[in-house]
Design a protein around this ligand. Structure first.
Ligand SMILES: [Zn+2]
Length: 500
């Protein structure tokens, strides 16, 4: 149930929102950040652990080179400078899901600094400044059992799983974003969407927000329109979908305006986004950096990426989403809106590959954002991860356009390809899925339908041509949907001696 009463449009006419985003990305490396344990998601609790990631005394961490390579790629894609020398730092705090009682992170010496990401909202480009991109490790995961809410309050006991502890985590921190006015929620969402696309394009993370491999904290503050001094900000934690990013900013803007209107002060605190209400609730009061007693991590050597290696990584960056959109718009004739949909579904590359394999652009797009996206959703994977290749999809499209398959049959073929891994033509042959075009077989089926439905046949003969639909349906049923309906209709009318 909503508790906020002010109107958003009214609020942003009087207050200017300033937002900032801190995004955590779990890297898709095979092993953890400082040990050789597997990063696989969903394993039995505490099976991917060792003395290093359990923080046992005397265990020594060694940095994962692949993770360092990934964060440099991320920094380059976000137009950052890559420093020539930096260190890890200990961030000291106690929490039961963190076995060492400190997290290895980076503090005043992050590896990537001073970048930006441009995002488009309503035809206008907003430049989001990137303050830093730094390397750290993930914590484990607590599960509170027995309470109604899943929170520690009211729980009978808590369980901790350290499989996630030590998975490489990259934190991307923006500078405060000003000047977005009423569009602050949309700009926040567009930023996370574009960032997710870049990370996916770089292949450094599976960026699944619902599994927590991409997590977003949203900072929001308000100042009166015309003011230059920022208000006190709150930090909304772990906003787990793109839609929630937008909702979290919007509701926090309204909540803060209600407090300010009443003459109150905003408390600097961590807040939690609630999916059910779309509002935030108070968490703990926000720590200051000094509370963490940061100091350089003595067990790890500094990171000093060779500039020649960085230059190599820069030269090998893939085509990034913004450039790809511009190119595809020009080459394939997709509209901005169509590209946005393809981009959100993560299918831009496979659509382009399907077109390269010979399918018309519109057909390729329809399959990937339509039926294949549905199948992927049902399996909770990305459409591009379905076990069907762009050239197989192009073959299905070709069979439909040549009349060998109807759309319904084509879907059955796709289902069978996914199920068996066989080639499209093999599936069509094995399962007899081709359109029945043998005219004597269709004529026999038409005669049978007429014989079985004499009343309908009589109606058609007496001039009610529309009634033939029932007979077409009977033939389609008899041929298990494998006939071309228009052809069937023609044959039926011919057998009934009626001209259309
Ligand atoms: Zn380990």
């Amino acid at each position: 149930m909503t508790t906020l009463s002010l109107d958003y449009t009214d609020v942003v006419a009087r207050y200017e929102p300033v937002i900032g985003l801190e995004t955590h990305v779990e890297l898709g490396t095979v092993s953890k950040m400082f040990c050789g344990c597997s990063t696989e998601f969903g394993a039995a609790p505490n099976t991917h652990t060792c003395p290093v990631c359990l923080g046992l005394p005397g265990a020594l961490p060694v940095a994962n080179a692949k993770a360092i390579e990934s964060i440099i790629k991320i920094g380059l894609a976000l137009n950052c400078s890559i420093v020539e020398w930096c260190r890890f730092a200990r961030k000291n705090y106690f929490y039961p899901d963190m076995p060492k009682n400190f997290q290895i992170s980076q503090y005043d010496e992050p590896i990537c600094v001073e970048g930006y990401l441009d995002v488009d909202v309503d035809g206008k480009t907003y430049r989001v400044g990137i303050e830093r991109v730094h390397m750290e490790e993930d914590t484990g995961k607590n599960t509170h059992v027995g309470g109604a809410t899943g929170r520690i309050h009211g729980a009978d006991y808590s369980l901790v799983d350290f499989n996630r502890a030590g998975i490489p985590l990259v934190e991307i921190v923006t500078k405060p974003v000003e000047g977005t006015g009423a569009l602050a929620p949309e700009v926040a969402k567009a930023y996370v969407t574009e960032l997710r696309d870049i990370l996916r394009t770089l292949g450094v993370s599976d960026v699944r927000m619902e599994q927590g491999s991409l997590r977003c904290d949203v900072n929001t503050s308000l100042m009166p329109v015309g003011a230059t001094e920022w208000g006190t900000r709150t930090e909304t934690k772990n906003v787990n979908s793109l839609r929630s990013v937008e909702r979290a900013v919007r509701s926090e803007v309204i909540r803060q305006a209600e407090i300010l209107d009443a003459g109150g002060r905003i408390k600097q605190e961590t807040r939690h986004f609630q999916e059910t209400t779309g509002e935030t609730r108070s968490g703990r009061s926000k720590e200051e950096a000094t509370d963490y007693r940061y100091f350089p991590e003595p067990d790890l050597v500094p990171i000093a990426p060779d500039p020649a290696w960085v230059a190599e990584l820069r030269a090998a960056l893939p085509e990034l989403p913004a450039a790809r959109r511009t190119r595809l718009r020009a080459e394939l004739g997709f509209s901005t809106d169509e590209l946005a949909k393809m981009s959100n579904a993560g299918v831009v590359d496979v659509v382009a590959a399907t077109i390269d394999a010979g399918a018309p652009a519109s057909e390729a797009r329809n399959w990937w954002v339509g039926y294949l996206a549905q199948l992927a959703n049902a399996r909770e994977i990305e459409a591009s991860a379905l076990p069907i290749t762009p050239s197989q999809v192009a073959r299905v499209v070709a069979l439909v356009s040549s009349g060998s398959l109807t759309t319904a049959l084509a879907r059955q073929v796709v289902d069978a390809v996914l199920e068996t891994g066989h080639e499209v033509d093999a599936v069509v042959a094995e399962r007899g899925l081709a359109v029945v075009s043998d005219s004597s077989a269709l004529t026999d089926a038409a005669d049978a339908a007429i014989a079985a439905n004499p009343d309908v046949a009589e109606k058609v003969r007496s001039g009610k041509v529309a009634a033939v639909g029932a007979l077409v349906g009977a033939v389609m049923k008899a041929t298990k949907g494998q006939a071309d309906a228009a052809a069937v209709r023609g044959i039926l009318l011919e057998r009934l001696g009626v001209t259309d």
